[in-house]
Every structure is written in C-alpha cells, then in structure tokens.
Design a protein. Structure first.
Length: 234
C-alpha cells in the first residue's frame, strides 16, 4: 500500500455545521470517503495503515487534501478536520500546516487512542493556536479518552458523539448528560456541537439543552467539493 495508491482511493466531502438557533451555516467538516465505498471503509484503511505503521503518513496526506478545500469554503465559515493526537504532535504535521493560514481552521482531536504525554500535546496545541487555529475534541461521550482531552486541552469546541444525540428527545439520561455538558461548555467558554442530528425533535431538544451548533443529515448531507460553488451562507 503506497501513498500514491492511498490518495487515489480517497476523496474529500464537506458537511455543513449549522447554528441551531439561527440556522446559519457556520462551518464545514471535511470528511474522507473512498471513491467506491462508504465512510466505514475509511476506518478499515486507517486501521490497516496503523498495523503497517503508516497511519501518520496517511493521516497527514489526507489532512493536506482536506486543507486544500479551504478555497471553496464560503467567506465567514470555518473548515474542520480530524487529527489523531499522535499525528497532531508529529513534526511532519507541523511542517505540513506551516505555510497555511489557520484562522479559519478547526482541528478536531479524535478519540481513537489514549494520550500518554499531554505536556507535548498541549505545547503543540499552543503553537497551533498561535497561528490562529481552534481546537475541538471529537466524539465526546463515546469513551474515557475524550473527557481527558477536554480537561487537558481546553478546547474551543466540544463535539458530542452521535450516540448522545440519537434519541436525545426521548431519552432522559441522554438529555441530562447533554445539559450537563452544555453547562460545562458555558463555564469554559467552549462551543458545544452535536453530531448526528437526524430529526426536528432531536434538533428542538438540543436547542433546549443549550447546544450551540449541530451537524447531521437533517441539517445537511456531505457534499463533493465540486458542488460547493453553489453553496451560499444565509
């Protein structure tokens, strides 16, 4: 599996992130898809790359491809992309983003591994912030490590796992947890983002719970980069 073959296999799509009160599009998350399969196939590629100790190189190349979509993002919106903690501190990642303006970029720290050295991660996050980037913690609520990321990194955005969003309108336990995280976000001046919003009822429940932003098929499906010319922010 060479880097050239990997890049030929993948494409980047962009999913809108909306303000849940105004409905305004505030950003887009860059998602990687294979050209011949669903999003689940991407995880299989990344797992295989990790087994071969190629995951950092693959993630950096995919992040570079995602950053190239900045030119189609409407003015005033941000671009959000996923980065594993070990890749975030990799010197190759630092070099890759070194020539990019990051003031419209949100870097989402993923949940797929524990961090053993938060000091190094915090230092790299500080450098990225100095260049204008904002930091998000992805999939909060899906595992222990995301809470560790939130406590140690102090993110500007906290992204709720779709498992918390799903059924939040009928499940009191989910609702109470979302409300607690909303209170935490307010206290730490972070923006709370709900992933996987699939219905009006979930949307209403999230608004009442104080969630700021949301994304999901109900709010907008991922779109190929080539379709973004027609996108206008209301």
């Amino acid at each position: 599996m060479t880097a050239t073959i990997v890049l030929d296999e993948f494409t980047t799509v962009l999913q809108p992130i909306r303000d849940l009160v105004s409905g305004r599009t505030v950003g887009f998350e860059a998602l990687t898809r294979t050209r011949r399969d669903s999003g689940s196939a991407v995880e299989e590629w990344l797992a295989a790359a990790r087994d071969l100790n190629l995951h950092a190189e693959l993630e950096i190349r995919l992040a570079r491809a995602a950053l190239r979509t900045l030119y189609v993002i409407p003015t005033g919106a941000f671009l959000s992309l996923n980065v594993s903690p070990d890749v975030l501190v990799d010197p190759r990642f630092t070099h890759m983003v070194g020539g990019t303006r990051l003031d419209r970029v949100v870097l989402e720290i993923t949940e797929n591994q524990r961090v053993t050295d938060y000091g190094t991660l915090a230092a790299r996050v500080g450098w990225l912030r100095s260049r204008g980037a904002r930091i998000a913690v992805d999939d909060v609520g899906s595992g222990y490590s995301t809470l560790g990321h939130v406590v140690q990194v102090h993110p500007e955005m906290i992204k709720l796992d779709a498992g918390l969003t799903r059924g939040v309108d009928v499940d009191d336990t989910r609702r109470l947890l979302v409300e607690a995280l909303s209170s935490f976000a307010r206290a730490t001046r972070a923006i709370l983002v709900a992933e996987g919003v699939e219905s009006d009822k979930e949307l209403d429940a999230l608004r009442r719970a104080g969630v700021h932003y949301g994304q999901g098929y109900h709010l907008g499906r991922p779109r190929p980069v080539g379709e973004m010319a027609a996108v206008r922010i209301p």
